[in-house]
Design a protein. Structure first.
Lengths: 347, 263
């Protein structure tokens, strides 16, 4: 296929709810670039990084797509179709076709609803292995294989996994794991539309109803404020939301409070909810069960507020405040607002 | 409309204890349960099945997974099939999916296949979509609403940022989240029924899986090593009852938020 013939690294990208390119695409492109460079140093030549975007008819402009180049992609292959991103089986068939032609050594996607449905489907079509929800990727020095690290057994241990004899080596990556580096201005990726054979739709009709007018999803947030049973009542989430709004964070929750219907499932962080890795995670009234820790312990910095001095969450925290969250959080909000006013006055 | 439910027997995670020295799970004395989301999958089928429809639960696992299949029969399934063979042991999600797809082909591809979104032990969430790919049928994941729609089903999927509603023709495979329903309690009559029905078992040979085509040997992925994450965080602890400590703690949070360019 013209354009993306490469034995380098292929990234399956996705768009945000708004139709713009998701931050995870920049994150993965940059990581893919680093991996491709490691492959180069072991094989002595340069490997390409290509991104595949499955788009709805109107999503993502060409300029928006070209900008992926600032993060390390050489080319972006675009496949468009009405409702295409929601037709997971069709996306997987397209991905498998493109991967067979491009023959990448590595194929990555984010561990989002999209990535975690399209990638396994495609892996089975390609007859290769796939490692879910990785929090570490590196190239093995001697054989140039991809070492894929993922939390296992509720995050109690890390498993390092490789795919020795099948290609591509596929992995989904927990969003936020690597962060987004500074873009290299002036670089741009070649945007192309590869020729595709006709593939039947696998779903008949799709409609999408966003929560709260496309507010950023949990995994797209730089900061998350989560509440747990320590809130003692459903209304406690009003305080959590106020703190979250003050710092521009997403609202998370532990499993018990979601089960008690204090807040909806999309907010659930942990093994049975979403695994997140924001720059800052603030846990209020969350004791820190194994299941919850598995979904957030890879965050950049962790702050916890809990009345119980023995709460397990304290052990994985950078800052632990032992006290009543109903006293501590209002003071914190006040402090942050004062700080913001101060910064404005200085500027 | 006929149903197949994919079920995995998992360790009872509420009882899981870690051997922190060696970084492995202590399995001794830990009970086994039906993967909780697979119970939601079964219940989803029970709620939309018609009088003449059949619900079959399929599992791959060691012989003792039979107990978990019996539990599914007690909850209303009509038939339970266990693929069990030493050759299946140690398989990754792809090798497991191959076995499950072969079982489904052997017993007859149903209209709807339902599975839990992921299992509490492996937590990959990959087997559902992989089985769908091997059967060449559409897939929907994170399903929290399911109803019949003319000759197919309509599903509501709870994604990260909204609700996706889709119509799928048959056959199709869906994976469900716990929000889809609340689970019924087992009944005595159900348990009696389970006893009378029994569990069918299939070996590798029964489903046409040859030597080296399943289990660890057929798995593309290999675990290289298991490590216990080092505690890299140096926890600064502040007691809120001492106002100076609380002040210092709040200052540290402000520092963290500022350093991360959050505020």
């Amino acid at each position: 296929m013209k354009g993306i013939s490469s034995d380098g690294v292929l990234v399956l990208g996705e768009t945000k709810c708004s139709g713009a390119v998701s931050d995870t695409v920049y994150e993965l492109s940059a990581k893919a670039r680093a991996l491709a460079d490691s492959l180069k140093s072991s094989a002595g030549r340069r490997h390409d990084v290509n991104v595949i975007m499955m788009l709805d008819e109107k999503n993502a402009s060409e300029a928006d797509l070209g900008r992926i180049g600032q993060y390390g992609a050489d080319a972006v292959a675009v496949v468009r179709g009405d409702g295409l991103p929601f037709d997971r089986a069709k996306c997987a068939k397209i991905l498998a076709l493109l991967a067979k032609k491009a023959r990448p050594q590595i194929l990555l996607a984010s561990a989002t609803a999209f990535g975690r449905s399209v990638m396994p489907y495609a892996a089975a079509l390609l007859g290769t292995g796939l490692t879910a929800d990785c929090t570490g990727l590196e190239i093995e020095e001697d054989r140039g294989l991809l070492l894929q690290t993922r939390p296992a057994i509720g995050g109690n241990v890390m498993a390092v996994i490789k795919t020795p004899n099948h290609r591509p080596q596929m992995a989904t990556v927990r969003p936020g794991t690597f962060g987004i580096p500074e873009p290299v201005r002036g670089r741009t990726a070649k945007v192309m539309e590869p020729e595709m054979p006709y593939i039947d739709d696998s779903v008949r009709a799709s409609s999408f109803e966003p929560f709260n007018a496309c507010r950023a999803a949990l995994h797209e947030r730089d900061a998350i404020v989560s509440g747990g049973k320590g809130l003692r009542r459903a209304e406690g989430f009003e305080l959590i939301s106020r703190l979250a709004e003050t710092v521009g964070a997403g609202v998370g929750a532990s499993r018990p409070v979601v089960e008690m219907k204090w807040i909806g499932y999309p907010h659930q962080v942990g093994l049975s909810g979403q695994a997140v890795s924001p720059k800052v995670y603030i846990a209020a009234g969350i004791s820190g069960t194994v299941q919850h820790l598995a979904g957030m312990s890879s965050s950049g910095k962790i702050v916890s507020i809990n009345r119980d001095p023995e709460a397990p969450i304290f052990k994985v925290s950078d800052v632990a405040i032992c006290g009543d969250l109903y006293e501590v959080i209002p003071m914190l909000i006040e402090r942050i607002e004062k700080r913001k006013r101060g910064a404005r006055d200085d500027g | 409309m006929n149903f197949v439910i994919l079920m995995k027997q998992v360790p009872d995670t509420d009882e899981v204890k870690m051997d922190h020295e060696r970084g492995v799970m202590i399995r001794d004395g830990v009970g086994s349960i039906v993967n909780p989301l697979d119970l939601n999958a079964l219940e989803a089928a029970m709620r939309i099945r018609g009088g003449g429809d059949s619900v079959t639960v399929v599992s791959m696992g060691p012989p003792r997974a039979e107990e978990s299949l019996r539990e599914c029969l007690a909850l209303g399934a009509d038939r339970a099939v266990l693929a069990t063979d030493a050759a299946f042991a140690g398989g990754d999600s792809w090798a497991t999916s191959k076995v499950l797809a072969a079982v489904i082909k052997k017993i007859g591809v149903p209209d709807i296949i339902i599975a839990g979104e992921k299992a509490t032990d492996g937590e990959t969430g990959q087997v559902g979509p992989e089985v769908a790919a091997l059967l060449g049928c559409p897939v929907a994941t994170r399903v929290t609403g399911l109803k019949k729609f003319s000759d197919g089903i309509e599903v509501a999927c709870t994604l990260e940022d909204g609700i996706l509603t889709q119509r799928l023709g048959v056959p199709c495979l869906v994976t469900v989240l716990s929000d889809i329903n609340t689970l019924p309690l087992p009944t005595l009559s159900g348990k009696k029924r389970a006893y009378s029905l029994g569990v069918e078992t299939l070996s590798a040979r029964d489903i046409g899986i040859g030597e080296g085509e399943a289990g660890l040997t057929a798995s593309p992925t290999r675990v290289v090593r298991i490590t216990t994450p080092r505690v890299t965080r140096h926890t600064e602890k502040f007691l809120a009852k001492h106002s100076d400590e609380l002040e210092a703690g709040l200052d540290r949070i402000i520092d963290i938020l500022t350093d991360a360019a959050i505020i």
